[in-house]
Design a protein around this ligand. Structure first.
Ligand SMILES: Cc1cc2nc3c(=O)[nH]c(=O)nc-3n(C[C@H](O)[C@H](O)[C@H](O)COP(=O)(O)OP(=O)(O)OC[C@H]3O[C@@H](n4cnc5c(N)ncnc54)[C@H](O)[C@@H]3O)c2cc1C
Length: 397
């Protein structure tokens, strides 16, 4: 196992960093302000630049216009793109579309890939993944799944209630997890559903702790007897839980990569400020308590980075089973590292940090979801503890 990036990846990472520094970081306020007005001019211009630079959807295989990076390659690039929450969208690598592209590649047949994946790759459309339901339905425990599809003729009739479907407000299609039998392991199936299809109700955009931004808008949906043909099944009847897992493990890791980028940038901004700001006769950087804050953040980012790289190396070898507890370890670590680093960044910047003159407060509101979405902290801790207790978690890798 090597955690080091190849020379090619190191070069590519340098290109993405330069692109971010030159074009994207400074554009964040404009993209945020335009998005609040329902406009996308700055984002569209940057997307055109990213395409021209050969950096569009780099996670995809070359046949789909990407760079065929593999998981370690994604790690190298996504950390750079994540240095602002708007970065991944510039390269068409943001959640949930990136994970949905990977799922369509994995499980879609030719017709499904032409109909759904192709326009997603070119960003003509967006998508959403609908698993979570309000209580008593599926949440941290997916076995509570209530949305159901029952056979009707050659096809299906879908009914249910979903919420927290990120991006579903604007999405053109949805990947819906629905119960198709009572089997514990094979009781769920994935369905491709057009968002505008008859019977699909957008109940509301859920107001949340963080301001909506680009795809990060949370939708509540109801499905009222939605009629689906057999071609709507993605990856086989009964494969829903297995495929959702296959989507979720790498998706958790790509979240970690983006979050590490944001945490690292926040700490860089702290370095600039504490090196300049004088207090009690010396710069903040010379106060030991401030050094302690810097140390805490540096250690958390580095630990999360190593966990992410290690898990990425397992996924790269195709060992998703072995990777599962390590993905939980990384996800819990990096989600908490991001929240802690941003909280400390606010502290180190004092009143300026608390103000909206700097992005930390907005980033913190965005980051707080990391400890809940894609499985809450407690469930990941449980997965890790269980794997360790069963002798399936080797810590001294
Ligand atoms: C911003 C955001 C975006 C999201 N995007 C999507 C999306 O695109 N698609 C989608 O399907 N879902 C999405 N989700 C939903 C997310 O995956 C769920 O919120 C998460 O899995 C937890 O489920 P729940 O909210 O129903 O919490 P519940 O299941 O009600 O759990 C509540 C709390 O109970 C505790 N808890 C639960 N189980 C255990 C346990 N075993 N041990 C100890 N404590 C436990 C945890 O503290 C947990 O936070 C999103 C959520 C957020 C916040």
């Amino acid at each position: 196992m090597s955690l080091l990036l190849s020379p090619e990846l190191t070069e590519l990472r340098g290109r993405v960093r330069a692109f971010m520094d030159e074009h994207v970081l400074a554009a964040e306020p404009a993209i945020v302000a335009e998005d609040a007005r329902g406009e996308r001019a700055t984002l569209a211009a940057l997307r055109a630049r990213a395409r021209a630079a050969g950096l569009w959807t780099p996670h995809l295989p070359a046949a789909w216009g990407g760079l065929g990076l593999g998981v370690m390659g994604m790690c190298a690039l996504f950390r750079e793109m994540g240095r602002t929450p708007v970065g991944p969208s510039v390269f068409n690598c943001d959640a949930p579309d990136q994970g949905n592209m990977d799922l369509l590649l994995l499980a879609g047949d030719d017709a499904q890939q032409e109909r759904y994946l192709r326009p997603l790759v070119s960003a003509e459309v967006t998508s959403a993944f609908c698993m979570t339901e309000p209580a008593p339905g599926a949440g941290a425990d997916p076995s509570n799944l209530r949305t159901a599809a029952t056979p009707e003729g050659a096809g299906w009739r879908l009914s249910g209630h979903k919420w927290y479907a990120t991006g579903a407000v604007d999405a053109s299609f949805l990947i819906v997890v629905a119960r198709t039998s009572e089997d514990r392991r094979q009781g769920a199936t994935l369905f491709l559903v057009e968002r505008e299809q008859e019977g699909v109700e957008l109940v509301r955009e859920i107001p949340t702790f963080a301001e909506p931004l680009l795809a990060h808008r949370e939708a509540e949906l109801r499905f009222h007897d939605v009629r689906l043909g057999p071609e709507a099944v993605l990856g086989g009847v009964g494969q829903g839980f297995a495929l959702a897992q296959q989507r979720l493990i790498p998706a958790r890791l790509t979240h970690c990569m983006r979050w590490l980028g944001l945490a690292d940038r926040a700490l860089e901004l702290c370095r600039d400020y504490v090196s300049r700001r004088e207090s009690f006769g010396k710069t903040l950087a010379k106060h030991e308590r401030v050094q302690d804050l810097i140390y805490r953040s540096a250690a958390k980012i580095h630990a999360g980075n190593l966990m992410t790289l290690h898990c990425a190396s397992l996924l790269e070898q195709g060992d998703a089973g072995a990777a599962k507890p390590y993905a939980s370890l990384a996800k819990e670590q990096v989600a908490n590292a991001l929240c802690d680093v941003l909280d400390d960044a606010i502290q180190m910047h004092g009143g300026l940090g608390y103000s909206d003159d700097l992005p930390f407060a907005r980033w913190y509101r965005y980051a707080r979801a990391a400890r809940i979405a894609d499985g809450p902290d407690e469930v990941h801790r449980w997965v890790v503890a269980r794997a360790f207790l069963e002798g399936e978690l080797d810590l001294l890798v």
